[in-house]
Design a binder for this molecule. Structure first.
Ligand code: CP
Ligand code: NVA
Length: 317
């Protein structure tokens, strides 16, 4: 089994743009196989026996920690959780040194940080793959699970229309926008002025999209969701934005995903959210707990997508 893992070439996953459309689709296909195997046989093959993943967290997590840790266990490997206070990343020890030490022992590094730059520093100094498990700029692991969920429900990706309503200067929105561009999915956003997708991300996405997909921005939610196959939102107060809570609650109020807004999307549109969700703020209970919502399927898919991603990064074949 172990012979199927190759340490070379060294691949990192810092941005969803580290993958081509073909690579994303192949990871999704492997995710589906691993999911099927787990459901049918109650276990996966021990493809990662003897492999260790070191998980660095500067922020809280439920799904990301669970999916990486359980994923490693199910594939016969091991994961180590390093809490913010354990390492003191950039305070007790610089990211560069941390990366060199961890990569001399572990086979993979996963990091959830405030600054995207910290993950870049880890990758630049690591001899093993580094995975972005959320930074202020991107959340690419979430997007693999989201695409897996959309593929399961809609049976295709290319040509679909996804609408995102809310805080667009956001890690989830950024990775989503880039992935839609790569995969030929139309992407429309609605956000208040000042909370649009970061300029450099939008430019990159438009370049990647070419003629394959349309990327549009508006400040009117009612406009963004028209004819959407998928409606997505995220918290208005991301980790690190807590000081702006009152201001954000006020500004984003008209951007709530509710039944009326969902009724403007396609009849069979689905609702997605990476979770944790704040019912009554970015989404009503009626929508997130309603029939169109696939949020728990989406959360479970973190597990299956994570496993396939790890195997891809370790050049499993
Ligand atoms: N969606 C997501 O990344 O969840 P956690 O913050 O709980 O890991
Ligand atoms: N945008 C959110 C995602 C949480 C999974 C945050 O960064 O807090």
């Amino acid at each position: 089994m172990k012979a199927k893992i190759h340490k070379k070439p060294l691949k990192h996953f810092l941005s969803i743009t580290d993958l081509s459309a073909k690579e994303i689709l192949s990871i999704l296909s492997l995710s589906q196989k691993l999911k099927k195997e787990l459901k049918e046989e109650d276990s996966n093959k021990e493809l990662l026996k003897g492999e260790t993943l070191a998980m660095i967290f500067e922020k809280p997590s439920l799904r990301t920690r669970l999916s990486f840790e359980i994923g490693m266990t199910q594939l016969g490997g091991h994961a180590i959780y390093l809490a913010p206070a354990d390492i003191g990343l950039n305070t007790r020890e610089p990211a560069e040194d941390v990366a060199q030490v961890i990569s001399s022992m572990a086979d993979l590094i996963m990091a959830r940080t405030f600054k995207h730059e910290t993950i870049e520093k880890l990758a630049a100094n690591s001899l093993v793959p580094v995975i972005n498990a959320l930074s202020d700029l991107e959340h690419p692991c979430q997007i693999l699970a989201d695409m897996l969920t959309i593929l399961e429900v809609k049976r295709k990706l290319k040509g679909l229309s996804i609408a995102y309503v809310g805080d667009c200067e956001n890690n989830v929105t950024h990775s989503l926008c880039l992935s839609c561009a790569i995969l030929g999915i139309n992407f429309s956003t609605a956000s208040p002025h000042g909370y649009e997708i970061k300029k450099e991300i939008l430019e990159k996405a438009k370049k990647l999209a070419g003629k394959k997909s349309r990327i549009t921005e508006t400040s009117r939610p009612q406009e963004a969701v028209i004819n959407a196959d998928v409606v997505i939102t995220d918290t208005w107060i991301s980790m690190g934005d807590e000081a702006e809570k009152e201001k954000r609650l006020r500004i984003f109020k008209p951007y709530q995903v509710n039944k009326k807004l969902m009724s403007r999307a396609k009849k069979d549109a689905i609702f997605m959210h990476c979770l944790p969700a704040y019912r009554g703020n970015e989404v009503t209970s009626e929508v997130i707990d309603g029939k169109q919502s696939v949020v728990f399927q989406e959360a479970e898919n973190r597990l299956h997508a994570q496993k396939a991603l790890i195997l891809y990064l370790l050049n499993y074949n």
